[in-house]
Design a protein around this ligand. Structure first.
Ligand code: HEC
Length: 136
């Protein structure tokens, strides 16, 4: 085989392999724990970073928009997980409500509306306990 063919074959393997790896990552639903860690746990979580920025004097809307997109996507994926604790119907309902609030946050941030964004954060703050009591 000529050298360029070997190189082409190697590139083809890389491209195909790379693509299937990307698909595997995209297809995988993040676990409940992964979602909670990214969205809610600790000062670097999306929820806390966003809350701090929105309460401050100079929210950076561009950054907030990126965060709220991820926030909404992660909360939207929560209900694709089965929860081992509590009733499936209740889990489904709470996940839907939670995802809807996260979407409302994303919409408010997209409009650069500080009042509406903080209202959405406030509503999200009220979801934690109910879901944890029933499903954690
Ligand atoms: C719709 C349900 C639901 C909502 C709403 C929810 N959580 Fe959770 N959360 C869970 C479940 C279930 C677990 C347990 C996950 C596990 O460990 O498997 C959890 C775990 C956590 C953890 C522990 C993560 C870890 O393993 O280190 C934190 C922190 C947390 N939630 C914070 C919050 C905060 C803060 C809010 C509200 C702003 C919130 N959660 C809203 C369902 C929810």
């Amino acid at each position: 085989m000529q050298k360029w063919m070997l190189v082409a074959a190697a590139v083809a393997v890389l491209v195909v392999g790379g693509r299937s790896m990307v698909n595997a990552v995209e297809d995988k639903v993040p676990s409940i724990e992964e979602i909670m860690k990214k969205v809610n746990k600790g000062p670097k979580s999306l929820h806390q970073v966003m809350t701090k920025q929105l309460k401050g004097d100079a929210p950076v809307w561009e950054d907030l928009a990126k965060m709220s997109k991820e926030y909404a996507a992660l909360c939207g994926a929560l209900g694709s997980n089965k929860c081992e604790v509590g009733e499936a119907k209740s889990w489904e309902k709470l996940c839907k409500e939670y995802a809807a609030e996260a979407k409302a946050l994303d919409a408010a941030v997209a409009k650069m509306d500080k009042t509406a964004s903080l209202a959405a954060i406030g509503k999200l703050n009220k979801t934690c306990e109910g879901c944890h009591d029933a499903h954690r």
